[in-house]
Design a protein around this ligand. Structure first.
Ligand code: ATP
Ligand code: MG
Length: 508
């Protein structure tokens, strides 16, 4: 790690020295946000090139006689014949605590009118991911506050979990709820010793400005913005900004990780990122491959997602958890970009339009959603009440599909279907309403111990609401004990059982 950093530093020094003889070139042509410049002999790959009027470009194609730069920001005044100059700097962004609570563009410039950004350093947006040695496997949970996720698709700090689904299936909501839950936990844990806060970075790529504004407003309302950095590259911006955005956000997240802290980054979404890269590549006349994407689009995403990691103690023990989002067309997860990103991540949360329209929200297709590493980090107590859920759910789905054709079912089948119907209801959860870990355990305990079996399916959601109110009012201490004890001892089980029975009497 340090060696890599040293290498990079040395590299930058060398370039800085070289750039004293910084070269000045002339624009040969500008089209589609790409400037071809002659005379930039010293330019290096990914270097920032300064154009007139404070516009920057990135050198992407280095030819013998000319350099092609993709331009960022407002480029309407950039014309043929103007000069361009090498800066000797790799494209880099400001990093540090001062970015929390801020909305910035892909270069880290403020977009929120709250004044200058206080940064402690700048980090290059492209960096080599930590190798195998400084890493450690995930062993700390990242609580999303979403019952279905935390119980059946648990995520660990340092993991990469893909959120995938068609348009409007609640992808952004799952990610934003996770950010909101981190903020809630940060507030709660503020004064506790050994508490490790999670800072979030939300990278909006190619979304409408109105949508981004709504997300920011929501984060603010939920008191989560102060723990979050928003990097915005809206649909109105040119392809190069969209292309840089995730790397810029990643660099900001890496700073937390490298300084021993935990961070969470959301890339919303990488489909639009891939499309922006395809556009750039076509303009740069690079050959295109499958679905017209350039051949290195896989590498583009893998080198980004590999930068999420959990570092070992010797390297500070920090982590960066990544939640990339991919939009599918008609649920097709076998298209090029979806398969790529599925293969790069440690699992996926698959959201389905049908479920969403049936009112099953979050619309998680449990059968095809997995987390390959997170269960190692799941709290024992939660595992005790949820380890059989996924199996029960799939068994129920199979039988339910079968049962719609026949009328006389045996008692066992009826029982499984009855419990499955209740489980589906139980897992319905509005967005922006994360559950505490203790509450998640208690609800699942009640389900597993048959306290909900005699409640009509239609009334389950109401029952869960009543359960939450009841437990919050009377058993908050017990829920805290359960979490503090990390596992359900016989004593805690019997206390929980007693509490559930008491609640059950109150609800009818
Ligand atoms: P897009 O493809 O447009 O980015 P998306 O997949 O990110 O959409 P969201 O924007 O998160 O989806 O959600 C779509 C709509 O569904 C929003 O109006 C949101 O409020 C609503 N929604 C999302 N999750 C839930 C939920 N759990 N309960 C109720 N409504 C929800
Ligand atoms: Mg969205």
């Amino acid at each position: 790690m340090n060696e890599i950093l040293k290498d990079i530093e040395a590299h930058i020094k060398r370039i800085e020295n070289d750039s004293k003889k910084s070269s000045i070139g002339t624009i040969i042509s500008v089209a589609d946000g790409v400037a071809r410049v002659s005379g930039l002999r010293e330019a290096m790959y990914n270097e920032m090139i300064a154009f007139e009027g404070g516009v920057y470009g990135i050198a992407l194609n280095l030819g013998e006689d000319e350099v092609s730069c993709v331009l960022m920001g407002d480029v309407s005044h950039i014309k043929e014949g103007q000069t361009a100059q090498t800066t000797g700097k790799l494209l880099s962004v400001p990093v540090g605590m001062g970015l929390l609570g801020r909305v910035v563009d892909v270069l880290g410039n403020p977009l929120d009118g709250k004044g200058a950004i206080e940064s402690v350093a700048t980090y290059p947006v492209e960096k080599i991911a930590p190798g195998i040695l400084p890493r450690k496997s995930v062993d700390q949970p990242l609580q999303t506050g979403i019952l279905a996720v935390d119980s059946m698709i648990p995520i660990g700090r340092g993991q990469r979990e893909l959120i995938i689904g068609d348009r409007g299936t609640g992808k952004t909501s799952v990610a934003i709820d996770t950010i909101i839950n981190q903020a809630r936990l940060n507030e709660e844990g503020k004064n506790k010793p050994d508490f490790r806060p999670v800072y979030s970075i939300y990278v909006a790529i190619g979304q409408k400005n109105s949508k981004i504004a709504r997300t920011i407003q929501l984060l603010e309302e939920k008191n989560a913005l102060k723990y979050t950095i928003v990097v915005a590259a809206s649909a109105a911006e040119n392809a190069s900004s969209l292309y840089i955005a995730p790397y810029a956000g990643c660099a900001m997240g890496e700073w937390f990780m490298e300084n021993g802290m935990d961070a969470l980054i959301v890339y919303d979404d990488l489909s639009k990122h891939a499309a922006a890269y395809r556009q750039i590549s076509l303009i740069l006349k690079r050959p295109s491959g499958r679905e017209a994407y350039p051949g290195d689009v896989f590498y583009l995403h893998s080198r980004l997602l590999e930068r999420a990691a959990r570092l070992n103690k010797e390297n500070g023990g920090g982590s960066l958890t990544a939640l990339p989002i991919i939009e599918t067309q008609a649920g097709d997860i076998s298209a090029y970009i979806p398969t790529n990103v599925i293969s790069i991540t440690d699992g996926q949360i698959f959201l389905e339009t049908d479920l969403f329209n049936q009112g099953v929200r979050p619309a998680i297709a449990v059968g095809v959603s997995v987390s390959r590493v997170g269960s190692a980090a799941q709290l024992k107590a939660l595992k005790q009440v949820s380890s059989t859920l996924k199996g029960e759910y799939s068994q129920y789905k199979e039988l339910a599909a079968f049962a719609q054709f026949g009328s006389d079912l045996d008692a066992r089948t009826k029982e499984i279907i009855g419990r499955g119907d209740r489980l589906v209801e139980l897992l319905k959860q509005n967005n922006n309403s994360p559950l505490s870990l203790g509450m998640e355990i208690a609800i699942l305990y009640a389900y597993q111990n048959n306290f909900l079996d005699d409640i009509p399916v239609k009334k389950i959601m109401e029952a869960v609401q009543s359960f939450k109110n009841y437990f919050e009012a009377r058993f908050a201490g017990l829920l805290e004990d359960v979490v503090a004890n990390k596992m359900l001892s016989d004593e805690l089980k019997s206390k929980l059982g007693g509490a559930c029975a008491e609640w059950r009497k109150s609800f009818n």
